[in-house]
Structures are given as C-alpha cells and as structure tokens.
Design a protein around this ligand. Structure first.
Ligand code: SF4
Length: 342
C-alpha cells in the first residue's frame, strides 16, 4: 500500500507534476492499494494505473465545480441523496481502498466524515420507508466495502427491514482495488441478506489490466450468489481513450459475465482537467467501438449533466434525414440506406 510521499518515491521515479503535488496537495488523499500498486509499471510514466492513482499538481486547477451533480442540494438526510424520483444514493462512507484522481465526489471522498453512523442509517431507512416512490438505492460513498462487516450487517438489516422490495446496488471498486476483502465471512453476510429486492453489483473497471485473476475471482463470488454484475467505466485521458483499449476492456468484461453498462464522460468536477477527454473525441470513440463490439459488449456513452440535470446518452446519429416518405440513414461503415417511414 502507498499512502505517503516516501512510499511512493521508493516505488516510482516521480515526474515534475507528480512531485509538485506534494508542495500543495489537493484535498483528495494519496492512497494506492497493494492490488493497484502491483499493476503499475514503475518504468512507464504513462502507465494507465499510475495515471488513475498517482496525484498530480494539475488537480489544483480549479475551474470546475466541487459538486457538479448538485448532490448537496438534493440531500434529504445527512447521507441520503434523492435526485431522481425512483432512485436514491446513500453515502455509506467517505473511505476507499484507493483514491481515484478522477473521483467525481471529491467534495466528500477521503475527508473526515467516516463510516455511516447508526443514527444516519436509521434516518435513511425511515426516509425510504416513507418514500415508496424510490425503487432503487445505490449504496455508494466512498466504497461501501471499506465498512466493517458489523456495520454492513446493520446497514443491510435496516434497509431490508424498512423496505424488503428495494433493489440495492452495491457500488464498489473494491473487487479491483482489494479483492481479498471478499472473504467467506463477508460473502456469508451478503448471502444472508440476498432476499427480497435483489442486490446488483456495480463495478468500476477502467482498463483491461484491472481485470485479473483476483478481481475476476471476487466478482465470481457475487455471480455465484446470482447477483448480476454491471460495469461503469470513466473515459480518461491516457487510460482508456483509444478504441483498442476500450474494445479489449468491453470484451473482457463481457467474457467474465460483467455487463459493460456505462462509459461515463468524466464529470465537470474540479481537479480532473488533465484527465478529461473532449466530448468530440468521446463520440468518435463511441462510433468506432460500436463497429467493433457486439451490442451486449457495448456500454452507453453517457454524460451526467451539470446542476443535477441527470444522465443523457450520447451516440452517433445514424438518421440523416428524410427524403419524401423515406428515412435516410448512414450505416456504421458510412454507406447510405433508405427505410420507409410507415
Ligand atoms: S472508488 Fe469511487 S468513490 Fe472512491 S475514489 Fe474512486 S471514484 Fe471516488
């Protein structure tokens, strides 16, 4: 594990921008788990894992928002965000096993709020009991699996007691950052509460090297409990902003029974400028990827709009227009096809 400058310097020769971060560090702490540390090639300053976890002074370019999705104004208890009518997100903790430099919730992540308290769990459960319009809850943070087993049991128990019908999304990067966390004792708790509304596993794999024997093994433990897995990647400069990497990632996910669900445009959050990919380039990648992978392996390229505007799907528009009673399309290969309107 790497948690400070000397540990980082003993592992990597820092670039100038990486060194300068320590002179004026941003609020998101440095923490790289053993699992991610061993994936970094120390001789490659452009290594895709390094780019995601080693801090950089450019994080101090503050031209964006601290809370681009307007989560604070949609908070209904200390930890529960109710932004969409039928879904809510519960911030179970601010801790993670490794802090991603592209984290969109850096207003909260890795600061001082810590694990969710009994009181905060009960407030969230009672809100959900009253608000039957909520069908799904995202258990997020931070990373929910940094919580102790005892706290997880309290959380599951309170939510299942309040609403047996809720679909609970287990949002975690820990299958990649700390796969050993998913030992028999934790999995038996998940199995115990795997009744009523289903658990769904929501992972974040951004590069194919993150899918290895250990991380795939951790995901399989959920699959063996009939908990399906969906992946949410973030499009990141120098990590996965090329069609070959995305193609390999999406095919590897599908092969390992993880549905590529979203490919997110990096949110407009401060500190991520050097990792952002333009929407124009993102659309080109989406078009190329769609030519290369099957529909099942294709994630939805998505922007979460600022000021809590919600998610919109971005895709190439294949409908070019009308010609009389015919619609004119371009094929993914650039040819023209006509299709009757009625
Ligand atoms: S695991 Fe999630 S919450 Fe934690 S730093 Fe990464 S993106 Fe942020």
């Amino acid at each position: 594990m790497i948690a400070n400058r000397s540990e980082l310097e003993s592992r990597l020769k820092l670039t100038e921008n990486e060194r300068k971060w320590f002179d004026s560090p941003s609020s998101l702490p440095l923490l790289i788990s053993d699992q991610f540390e061993k994936l970094i090639n120390p001789d490659d300053p452009s290594d895709p894992i390094r780019r995601q976890f080693v801090p950089d002074v450019r994080e101090n370019i503050k031209i964006r928002s601290a809370d681009p999705l307007a989560e604070v104004s949609h908070s209904v208890t200390g930890r529960l965000i109710h932004r969409y009518e039928h879904r809510a997100a519960l911030l179970t903790t601010d801790r993670c096993f490794a802090y991603c430099r592209h984290c969109f919730r850096r207003r909260f992540t890795g600061l001082d709020s810590g694990p969710i308290s009994d009181d905060e769990i009960m407030k969230a459960a009672s809100y959900l009991k009253e608000h039957r319009e909520v069908y799904e809850v995202l258990l997020t943070g931070g990373d929910m699996f940094t919580l102790s087993n005892d706290r997880l049991e309290k959380l599951f128990d309170a939510l299942k007691s309040a609403r047996e019908d809720l679909v609970l999304r287990l949002c975690t990067r820990a299958v990649a950052s700390c796969p050993s966390r998913f030992d028999d004792s934790l999995m038996s708790i998940i199995e115990k509460y795997n009744h009523g509304g289903p658990f769904l596993l929501l992972t974040q794999f951004n590069h194919p090297v993150e899918l290895n024997e250990e991380s795939i093994g951790a995901v399989r433990k959920f699959l063996s409990l009939s908990i399906p897995a969906f992946n949410q990647s973030v499009l990141l400069k120098g990590v996965n902003d090329d069609a070959d990497t995305l193609e390999e990632l999406c095919n590897k996910l599908l092969y390992n029974r993880i549905k590529p669900y979203y490919l997110f445009q990096c949110d407009l959050v401060e500190g991520t400028e050097h990792l952002r990919v333009s929407v124009e380039k993102g659309l080109e990648l989406e078009k190329e990827l769609r030519k290369r992978v099957s529909g099942l392996a294709m994630p939805q390229y998505t922007i979460d709009l600022p000021e809590g505007g919600g998610k919109v799907i971005l895709t190439t528009d294949y409908l070019e227009g009308r010609d009389g009673d015919m619609l004119v399309f371009s094929t993914p290969d650039g040819q023209k096809r006509r299709y009757p309107i009625d």
